[in-house]
Design a protein around this ligand. Structure first.
Ligand code: URP
Ligand code: ZN
Ligand code: ZN
Length: 464
């Protein structure tokens, strides 16, 4: 049998381990793993590592961000950036505008993503209201359409749900077989600290971090896992930033609660000191939860090494720095409260974990593949993605494990005007990204053919 495409010479990372073999691709799917394969096109990947294409299950793209504020990426730029960083699928959240229903929001997101994506996309929902239409009609209908996961917030005015509302939403998740993701920070504790800081004139960006300390995340993590226990559902705690929150997750698991955990590059590489740069510069690192300190980085690393985390995502949420529609929004210099939360990172997630994890000997290639692709597909129900196996989509990224470079804004493809990791040295870089058999990035250059499409999902297995 000859194939549409054969990749030869790579070390192939699959759920069965790492092996030297050819990958035969036909009709966008992996159809053969073996030796001596023939194809209409052959990619010689000698010296490279073939990984499953990255799946970033936590990104924000073109998300409504308040009056006058605009995210730096649309679907074209975000997925171009994602492909250049070795990703083949991203999972953005659909957030309704004020007055818009959840179903209307999803329709609007489909329109934004249509025909311009360089990676596949698969939407999560954001539930910011527990009204009868959302819970009784929109959520069940959207879950049935394959949008089988949604995020709820315990923080952010206008977005947060009360404990009772979270329980109602979790109950719908239980009935319909969807996975609830929780942003766990205690809003009232933050408000208390924020008001006090402002009264005392502590208004610089670093006070964003100081008014969202570890205990506000630890308490909310305990509460989120307890609510899941009460509702009898699994829960994903997203963007875990510190050891105390992870302890709460592991304690809940010890009680038999089905708790999944996500962490992100910012919590293993950045600290609150980054927000303490002179003047307004620290706004570049304002995100929630905030980066902590080197002790908490070590706790997150220990969690990654012992398998306490299920997924490693970017929480890509880009705003331009030198822009009144971005970090420099009206009032942002007068108080950290008004700085849009979020940092860009979809293109740098994989190189940072590869370098800090695989190249430095902390993580095996197989663990890297699980944390960056395989587990995302399994947990969220992307049936044909996340692994180099026969029958799966041919979503493959070729890595040069010897390439050492410094991350630089000038090399990235997102719509933001900075990277929080400017100058950060990494060893290991994705040199070719293949989506369902189409090359979408080669040697840092996006191939702008927009083959990406929306992928509906099956019921997450943990909800069964
Ligand atoms: O600061 C962040 N993380 N912004 C994105 C929204 C969220 O909470 O994930
Ligand atoms: Zn969040
Ligand atoms: Zn997020």
């Amino acid at each position: 049998m000859t194939h549409d495409l054969v990749i030869t010479g790579a070390r192939v990372v699959s759920p069965g381990g790492v092996a030297a073999c050819d990958i035969g691709i036909t009709g966008g799917r992996i159809v053969t793993l073996g030796t001596g394969l023939t194809g209409a096109e052959v990619i010689d990947a000698t010296g490279l590592i073939a990984m499953p294409g990255g799946i970033d299950s936590h990104v924000h793209i073109a998300q409504p961000s308040g009056p006058g504020v605009e995210m730096a990426d649309d679907f074209a730029s975000a997925t171009r950036s994602a492909a250049c960083g070795g990703n083949t699928t991203v999972m953005p959240f659909c957030l309704p505008e004020d007055g818009q229903s959840l179903r209307e929001a999803v329709t609007a997101y489909h329109a934004r993503a249509e025909g311009c994506c360089l990676t596949d996309v698969s939407f999560h929902l954001i539930v910011k209201s527990a009204d009868p239409v959302t819970l009784g009609q929109d959520l069940p209908a959207l879950i049935a359409q394959g949008l089988t996961s949604f995020k709820v917030f315990m923080t952010y005015q206008g977005m947060r749900l009360s404990d009772g509302e979270i329980l109602q939403v979790m109950d719908v998740a239980r009935e319909q077989g969807a996975l609830t993701m929780v942003h766990a920070e205690n809003e009232e504790a933050i408000e208390f600290l924020r008001d006090k800081a402002e009264r005392d004139g502590r208004i610089a960006p670093v006070h964003h971090a100081r008014t969202r300390p570890v205990p506000v995340e630890r308490e909310a993590t305990h509460r989120a896992t307890t609510l899941a226990e009460v509702a009898g559902v699994p829960v994903m705690i997203v963007h875990v930033s510190n050891g105390a929150a992870l302890d709460e997750i592991e304690r809940a698991r010890g009680r038999g609660v089905r708790v999944l955990a996500e962490t992100c590059p910012q919590y293993i590489t950045l600290t609150a000191d980054d927000l303490d740069k002179a003047g307004f510069e620290g706004a570049k690192w304002v995100c929630s939860p905030p980066p902590r300190d080197t002790g908490e980085q070590a706790a997150i690393w220990a969690g990654l090494e012992r398998g306490a985390f299920d997924v490693f995502s970017s929480d890509h949420c880009p705003f331009r720095f030198a822009d009144p529609a971005g970090k420099d929004a009206p009032g942002a210099r007068a108080s950290f409260r008004n700085i849009p939360n979020g940092i860009p990172g979809v293109e740098t997630r994989l190189p940072i974990l590869f370098s800090e994890g695989v190249s430095k000997g902390r993580l095996s290639l197989e663990t890297f593949a699980r944390l960056t692709a395989t587990n995302h597909a399994r947990i969220y129900g992307l049936e044909h993605k996340g692994a180099i196996m026969i029958g799966m989509d041919a979503d493959i990224v070729l890595w040069d494990p010897t390439l050492t470079r410094r991350i630089s804004q000038s090399d990235l493809h997102h719509g933001a005007d900075y990277t929080p990791w400017e100058g950060f040295e990494v060893t290991g870089w994705p040199v070719r990204t293949i989506l369902r058999g189409h090359t979408v990035m080669e040697n840092g250059t996006p191939v702008d053919t927009a083959p990406g499409r929306h992928v509906a999902r099956i019921r997450p297995e943990i909800t069964a």
